[in-house]
Design a protein around this ligand. Structure first.
Ligand code: ADP
Ligand code: ZN
Length: 504
């Protein structure tokens, strides 16, 4: 059997697996169905990509998120893996070409939207090609009890049944209650699956709650000290979004608004400006987020308290998807409680349903709002404990990474940082700045976002270890062979120039 550590190093440039990854990979390679519940940023994709590279035949990955598929395929190709996606973003001509290639065994990994499975051409494809692994991403979409039920997920089991040989089936999700997990196993027809659950905690996220007298001033100060980083500011209303954006822009901050009152075109444009780092800040209502997979969002700042913990954790969770330190800051004011109460009443009235049903629903929403308020006014209990307990998980405080467990003066985690394998790094900020500039040049040349070239983790490690030769780059975690070949010399040049200048 192929050595999975060798593949990890060669393609991804990593030397160690993260929690759970090796178990999942081994279970899949042993031919066992698998259900893995891992928090965002834990590294799910590698868990099915490495088996895909080891196994004969192709791997199909089912995912509902178009932008995520594109990102994943782009990074696989950049690592030297033959991969493609099949979804509605392709033109008929592109689709035809991709299907032709697929039928000729060109791809090792194929990402497909669930709707694709029902098409005749796709069924024909899997009749002819051996599919050894089928990975279902966002598997909670198969359950009506999840927060994102998608009827097309119900077709997956039928699709599998139509294949000449049943592939190993792997299901992944970041959120699953017992109820949802049962549904996944049942609706996907998983056979006696190996189960792995890593819980809900996102260790790299700092949680803070503050009650500033002047919120706008707080946001301005915060953004000034985070000017080079990407972040999201969430507001409750469109009016808040527009007003705050105007203030930020007047103060020279590259912020853009995003809410449901804007046209599709304008929204897509602003989202793109953010992804390509041309706008550092997006000021948004909860309309922003679906399909946003920018991994290097370094902070999510809530200008207002949201309506419930589910929304809060989902929005805050858009920070730090790359696993690097990130901050989730909530600004609380008692007025937010009243605004939320008002919004809950209003949204229910317009539904025009059975009055008893409406009253019951309002009751539930108000109870959730109470829990959210409880979190926001916590004066003594660790915020991470509050969050995890709310979602039914146990946690022993202190966490050392929330505004209750740690005073601001100690907020050093973000500065010092940790390398991919947990070693403390002493990053040279000036060199880091130059490497970021070089990355922007390379990204521009390739027409992709900066994060698609190198992760922030790689740049931090480069600026701490300062490798001076291309050979030495192989010691940097996150640089696989293909990336070293393609960009290595240019990285080394930046470092050597910097060192020469520093000598004078
Ligand atoms: P998820 O899908 O669980 O949110 P991803 O698969 O996108 O997470 O991985 C998150 C980040 O962690 C990516 O940048 C990935 O390269 C990195 N990563 C995954 N596995 C490892 C590992 N073993 N060592 C270091 N970094 C890793
Ligand atoms: Zn804490």
């Amino acid at each position: 059997m192929t050595d999975i550590y060798e593949i990890l190093k060669k393609y991804y440039g990593y030397t160690a697996f993260r929690k759970g990854q090796e178990e999942i990979i081994k279970s899949l390679l042993a031919g066992q169905d698998t259900l893995a519940v891992m928090p965002t940023g834990a590294g799910k994709s590698l868990c099915y990509q490495i088996p895909a590279l080891c196994l004969e035949g192709i791997t199909i990955v089912i995912s509902p998120l178009i932008s995520l598929m594109q990102d994943q395929v782009r990074s696989l190709i950049a690592m030297g893996v033959r991969a493609a996606y099949l979804n509605s973003s392709l033109t008929p001509r592109q689709m035809e070409l991709a299907m032709y290639n697929a039928a000729n065994g060109v791809y090792k990994i194929i990402y497909a939207a669930p709707e694709r499975l029902e098409t005749e051409s796709f069924l024909q494809l899997v009749q002819r090609q051996e599919v050894s692994l089928l990975a279902v991403d966002e598997a909670h979409c198969i359950s009506q009890w999840g927060h994102d039920f998608r009827p097309s997920y119900m077709q997956i089991a039928d699709f599998i049944a139509k294949m000449p040989k049943r592939p190993v089936v792997a299901a992944f999700t970041a959120t699953a209650t017992d109820r949802v997990k049962q549904d996944i196993v049942k609706n996907l027809h998983l056979k006696d699956p190996f189960r792995l659950g890593l819980g809900f905690d996102r260790e790299n996220l700092y949680f803070g709650v503050y009650k500033p007298l002047d919120r706008t001033q707080f946001v301005l100060d915060y953004l000034r000290t985070h000017s080079e980083q990407s972040g999201i500011v969430y507001c409750l209303t469109r009016k808040n979004v527009d007003e705050l954006t105007a203030v930020l822009q007047e103060n020279g901050i590259s912020a853009l608004p995003y809410h449901a009152g804007m046209g599709d075109r304008e929204r897509a444009f602003h989202q793109n400006e953010f992804i390509y780092d041309r706008a550092r800040v997006i000021v948004a209502t909860n309309a922003f987020g679906m399909g946003i997979d920018k991994p290097d969002v370094r902070y999510v700042l809530h200008y207002n308290m949201p309506a419930n913990m589910e929304d809060y954790y989902q929005q805050a969770g858009r920070a730090g998807r790359d696993g690097e330190a990130a901050e989730c800051i909530l600004l609380y004011s008692a007025r937010d409680v009243r605004i939320n109460q008002f919004l809950i009443q209003k949204s229910e009235e317009s539904e025009n349903a059975d009055p008893e049903e409406v009253a019951r629903h309002i009751q539930i929403q108000l109870e959730k709002l109470k829990q959210m308020t409880f979190y926001s006014t916590s004066a003594t209990v660790c915020l991470r404990k509050r969050i995890l307990n709310y979602f039914g998980e146990h946690f022993n405080p202190p966490c050392g990474n929330c505004s209750i467990c740690r005073h601001d003066s100690e907020k050093r985690y973000a500065k010092i940082g940790l390398s991919a394998d947990g070693k403390k790094l002493f990053v040279d900020e000036a060199l880091l700045g130059r490497l970021e500039k070089q990355r922007a040049v390379l990204a521009n040349r390739a027409g992709v976002p900066a994060y698609a070239v190198f992760s922030d983790t790689v740049l931090r490690e480069l600026s701490a270890c300062r490798p001076r030769t291309v050979q030495a780059l192989s010691k940097i975690s996150g640089l696989g062979e293909v990336k070293i070949q393609r960009y290595g010399q240019e990285l080394v040049n930046v470092i050597n120039t910097y060192e020469q200048e520093a000598d004078f």
